[in-house]
Design a protein around this ligand. Sequence first.
Ligand code: SAH
Length: 219
Amino acid sequence: MEHEDLKYVRRREQMVENQIARRGVADPKVLRAMLTVPRHLFVSEALRDQAYGDFPLPIGEGQTISQPYIVAEMTQALELGSSDRVLEIGTGSGYQAAIIAQIASRVFTIERKHSLYIKARALFDRLGYYNIATRYSDGTLGWKEESPFDAVIITAGAPEIPSVLVDQLKVGGRLVAPVGGESSQELVKLVKEKTGIRYMSLGGCRFVKLIGEHGWREN
Ligand code: SAH
């Protein structure tokens, strides 16, 4: 292993210990994934040395890669099993999808910005994430042909949870999304049960806007 790689392995260990495990994320599958995925490769070269910091970072097009802790918390909330099929709305850098791909069987991720979609796809191929399927479209409409999903994650702030995405969830499935206003939201978890839908709050958060037919309008 090169010296450079070793430096980032150490930074990942510190990130998991200080930012993630310390704040209560305990699922060993999530911690292992966060130790494995090379987050520094999901940001531009200029930001590589900041990749393991306790904050989000810009990824171009006015979008951001989420803070490591938020990625871990949302992933844990999805309660993923190794045979799960997962839908992600908002590919962005591809980091969250890669974390899920370490744990679940398949990830279907949708991005509405063409340049981000192209970049993430190239990175998935380069890193060998062949269980991630990508799509360039409005994710608020879901991915009907591949549904139903065991879990759905929305990584952009929504005015409300698009009902089509709940429709594309299996009974027993989990959905996690930031829901609320344009500048701050509440992280909401929903479980689709046989008898109805159960909602839980995971606390406050700040995400870029979910823009689309069942999200915010552009501008
Ligand atoms: N999961 C990403 C976070 C990216 S930020 C990561 O790990 O880096 C949110 C992303 O959602 C942005 O890239 C934005 O372009 C995208 N987005 C917003 N509305 C969308 C929509 N309707 N469909 C698909 N992607 C959307």
